[in-house]
Design a binder for this molecule. Structure first.
Ligand SMILES: *Cc1c(COP(=O)(O)O)cnc(C)c1O
Length: 371
């Protein structure tokens, strides 16, 4: 039904962690201009904010959603720059490029920061977090990446948030590449701020991201921001007071596409159904790749259902660029690796991607075995 390659406006299927392949109907939703201060548009924004909160928790009355212009990084930066007071101290848990980026933001803003680095292929260890919080009692905030897209690793956010909360800390989760694709309840998990973007598991197009915030926590952040345009509190307060107004020009077409993407998530059966599809895609992919001789970088018990990293095969005849070019010609775009310790490449399986697409990909890789 959804053989994406066959569609004329899709020269290739994106097997990347976002921007990803979106449906034709999501793209078509952008074929209309919207006024940013008209009630039609503002009520759409309010509806999106409310639907996001309901996707994030069964206790929606304690949470709010803020939409923020820019890519996902801008949204992470708006949280890091706005919610930590001058007297605060941030603990960053990292096992990849996105955790490192959070630490880098904190340095740019001259926020007092402690980093706990688990390397590139190990999960965040909750016991080490406990120890660091006992050692450095002046830490006020803890940041963790849910799915570290660098490797496809899932981190134990429930355990880490429970430890952080037992110490009275504020919990920040970069759930960029996981939210919408795996069940998460921010209230049950005791997450204060969860960040994601339009162009990942919700399957919209790039242009803005969003922050699900515990309202009481965000309400205390007035005047703390280290940036004007990325002031999370001000963005929230303007949206609340203006019933869906953004402070500065918003990506209207992208917001319209996102509304359509949310409808399609609902039509699919919600996050549980999407999670099942992604998981089935990923299992088919990894099993198929293994039977073709490819080893995955991380263990299956820590592997996310979104993106998988594979080692280059041992053969010296293997060239990633060659594989990339051949797959692109056949209608699939894959992703280079991002870790320093080993030669890897990555294949994503989120977006409008179905089992038959993965099966086709595996067949082509088998046919193209040139190494
Ligand atoms: C995609 C992603 C981001 C944001 O990246 P942008 O390029 O700014 O959209 C942040 N964190 C994680 C874990 C991601 O996967």
């Amino acid at each position: 039904m959804n053989s994406a390659v066959a569609k004329s406006n899709r020269p290739y299927l994106l097997l990347t962690p976002g921007p990803l392949t979106t449906s034709d109907t999501v793209k078509e939703a952008m074929l209309r201009d919207w006024c940013t201060w008209d009630n039609d548009y503002n009520s759409l924004v309010q509806s999106i904010r409310s639907r996001l909160v309901h996707l994030a928790t069964n206790t929606p009355e304690l949470y709010t959603a803020v939409l923020m212009q820019g890519s996902g990084t801008f949204c992470v930066e708006s949280v890091i720059g706005s919610v930590i007071p001058r007297s605060g101290k941030l603990l960053v848990l990292t096992n990849g490029a996105y955790g490192n980026r959070v630490a880098q933001m904190a340095r740019v803003y001259r926020i007092d920061t402690s980093v706990l680095d688990f390397g590139e292929t190990d999960q965040v260890h909750p016991a080490d977090v406990e120890q660091r919080l006992q050692e450095e009692t002046d830490i006020t905030h803890v940041a963790i990446v849910h799915c570290e897209t660098t490797t496809g690793m899932l981190n134990p956010i429930a355990e880490v948030a429970a430890i952080a909360k037992a110490h009275g800390k504020t919990v920040i989760v970069d759930a960029m590449s996981s939210f919408g694709g795996i069940p998460i309840d921010v209230h049950e998990l005791q997450i204060d701020y969860l960040i994601s973007s339009a162009n990942k598991c919700i399957q919209g197009v790039p242009g803005f991201g969003f922050i699900i915030a515990r309202t009481e926590a965000l309400a205390g952040c007035e005047g703390q921001a280290r940036s004007l345009s990325l002031d999370l509190y001000d963005q929230w307060s303007a949206m609340e007071k203006g019933n869906g107004k953004w402070r500065f020009t918003s990506p209207t077409h992208v917001v319209r596409a996102f509304d359509q993407a949310l409808r399609e998530l609902e039509q699919e059966g919600g996050i549980d159904a999407r999670y099942k599809r992604y998981k089935a895609n990923q299992e088919l992919l990894v099993n198929g790749m293994r039977s073709l001789g490819f080893c995955s970088l991380i263990k299956s018990n820590v592997q996310s259902p979104f993106i998988t990293a594979f080692y280059y095969p041992q053969s010296i005849a293997f060239s990633f660029n060659e594989l990339y070019a051949r797959l692109k010609a056949a209608g699939f775009v894959i992703y280079p690796g991002k870790i320093s310790a080993a030669d890897t490449f990555r294949i994503g399986n989120i977006g409008e991607v179905y089992r038959e697409d993965i099966a086709n990909l595996l067949q082509i890789i088998e046919d193209e075995c040139f190494w």
